[in-house]
Design a protein around this ligand. Structure first.
Ligand code: FAD
Ligand code: SIN
Length: 511
């Protein structure tokens, strides 16, 4: 068994920035980060558009950013949280820059601000179209220099360890040795990110399987707003892999327009903000257009844009399209909505505390109340930065109570040596992903949700039995977690009355 003061599960922006702050303030305390893939693999790394932060106080204001966030959240945001997050943005940006992250500036020497759906002003601070990559690079480099931080990559967290509703650590599988290790900690932070691969078609990388939320659920933490799945309107329509390449919303902020296959612009028919309506509305409009036309995708037209300026702002998108034979000067980009973000998750208070003592959650796996029924673009990195700071202050400024109360922590039970067949895992995962796409997508129906709930209950029973009698593996446990997350999404979709933001449900299919 290993002991640590702070156990952090996940090495994206949420986990790394918390680790860094703690390590700087308390060189004598030890911090352990466990992360299931390479340390730089995360949703964070793929963030394109940037971070929504009010830096230009002449055209923009905190009030405008707050209002845009509230409008996007469709009446379900926690207004006090929105104010707190928006107004702390500039301080968190300053820290990122001090840690070495670079953001684009213009000829005047001020930030080059992008625009995305739902924003009334240009306020998105970015590094080309690779903002997440730049942030991940800078903060990981800082973390790696800290002597009191241990980063354990290819360690897959399996379950939290709780005693009387208090978290005292976690079990993790060392993927290189296949050993299950026990980590006892004074405080544990879940920073495990999103759930994309539950849907299959997603902009998320393969690490996004909802593990932290599923672990917290099994540890009886309160989980909320799971029905608010955000579908990004413009994932590249390329069926070569489950993870779909994103065409940033900032491309529409730059002037690109959505067209049907026939060439019609359609967004103005749905919302006065046109192509820059909030994400929920654009995805729902595309969904309707595709149902009407029977087409496979719609198109993003960049042909009228200043291509020199475009290539400067979006070099990765330009190159990715070019490599696929899409010439942005002549061709439209085929796009479809795909799962992108989870607005709900593990409920936390304004200090990032969950309902389980000594367990904190931050970033995409948490539910802070910022996003309500639909997240405003580029508010996610901001939320993670603000909340990791809140958790840091809460733990640093309150008396340190170590885990003296902890009784002996048992090791993981001896396991069966029987391996689960890879075919079973692949088939069950594909069945689950199809179930979610068909029943818990952009538009849902009560009857479908009820049937899906029964199927998911049976899948839970089956996988629990398999886990009891088989060797634990990352793939098996990810499947287990995704089934639990699917159940939560479907159950909370059934419970929600009234449509809002990214949630559209009908009682009957005769609409
Ligand atoms: P992540 O960055 O996803 O990190 C999660 C970490 O947990 C990973 O290291 C993962 O390996 C680890 N992990 C997960 N499960 C386990 C386990 N069982 N055991 C051990 N480790 C585990 N947001 C914006 O604000 N602006 C943008 O421009 C933007 N663009 C985006 C573009 C794309 C393509 C995507 C996918 C997302 C984008 N987002 C954007 C959303 C944003 O990137 C994420 O919400 C945010 O980065 C989440 O950070 P995080 O630290 O919570 O999680
Ligand atoms: C994008 O660049 O379109 C993604 C921004 C986000 O998810 O916040």
């Amino acid at each position: 068994m290993s002991t640590t003061n702070y156990l952090i599960i996940g090495s994206g922006v949420a986990g790394l920035t918390f680790a860094l702050k703690m390590a700087n303030r308390f060189p004598e305390r030890n911090i352990t980060i466990i992360t299931k893939a390479n340390a730089d693999e995360s949703n964070t790394k793929y963030a394109q558009g940037g971070i929504a932060i009010v830096t230009d106080k002449t055209e923009d204001s905190y009030q405008k950013h707050i209002e845009d966030t509230l409008i996007c959240g469709d009446g379900l945001c926690d207004e006090a949280v929105v104010k707190m997050v928006v107004t702390e943005g500039p301080k968190r940006l300053k820290e990122l820059i001090e840690w070495g992250a670079q953001f684009d500036t213009n000829a005047k020497g001020t930030f080059d601000l992008g625009k995305e759906g739902g924003h009334s002003e240009n306020r998105v601070v970015h590094h080309k179209d690779q903002t997440g990559h730049e942030i991940q690079r800078a903060i990981l480099a800082q973390v790696m220099q800290k002597e009191n931080i241990t980063v354990l990559d290819h360690h897959f967290a399996l379950e939290l360890i709780t005693q009387d509703n208090r978290c005292v650590g976690a079990y993790a599988l060392d993927e290189k040795t296949n050993e299950i290790l026990t980590y006892q900690s004074d405080f544990t932070l879940l920073a495990t990110g999103g759930i994309g691969h539950l849907y299959g078609h997603t902009t998320n990388p393969i690490i996004a399987t909802g593990d932290g939320i599923a672990m917290a659920y099994r540890a009886n933490a309160v989980i909320k707003d799971m029905e608010f799945i955000q579908f990004h309107p413009t994932a590249l329509n390329d069926n070569s892999s489950d993870s779909k390449f994103l065409i940033s919303e900032a491309v529409r902020g730059f002037g690109a327009r959505l067209r049907t296959k026939k060439g019609d612009f359609f967004m103005q028919n749905y919302d006065s903000r046109g192509d820059l309506a909030s994400r929920d509305i654009v995805s729902q409009s595309i969904d309707l257009e595709l149902k009407k036309s029977g087409d496979e995708c719609v198109y993003l037209d960049c042909t009228h844009l200043d291509m020199i300026a475009f290539k400067n702002h979006f070099p990765m998108i330009y190159k990715h399209c070019k490599d696929l034979g899409i010439d942005l000067e002549k061709d439209w980009i085929p796009v479809v909505p795909a799962q992108h973000y989870l607005c709900g998750g593990i409920v936390v208070d304004r200090n990032g505390k969950t309902s389980v003592e000594n367990l904190f959650a931050c970033g995409e796996c948490s539910r802070t109340g910022l996003h309500g029924a639909n997240r405003l673009a580029s508010n996610s990195l901001l939320e993670a930065l603000v909340y990791s700071d809140k958790i840091y202050h809460y733990l640093a400024d309150n008396p340190f109570v170590a885990s003296e109360k902890t009784s002996t922590v048992p090791n993981w039970p001896i396991q069966s040596k029987t391996k689960t067949s890879t075919e079973y895992i692949a088939t069950t995962k594909a069945k689950l992903q199809l179930l979610m796409r068909q029943n818990a997508g952009i538009v849902r129906f009560d009857s479908d949700l009820s049937k899906a709930k029964e199927t998911l209950k049976n899948m839970q029973i089956e996988i629990n039995e398999i886990i009891q009698n088989h060797l634990v593996s990352t793939e098996l446990y990810e499947l287990n977690n995704m089934i639990d997350i699917g159940y939560l999404i479907v159950q909370q979709s059934i419970e929600r009355n009234g449509n809002a933001g990214g949630f559209v449900k009908y009682a009957s299919k005769d609409i």
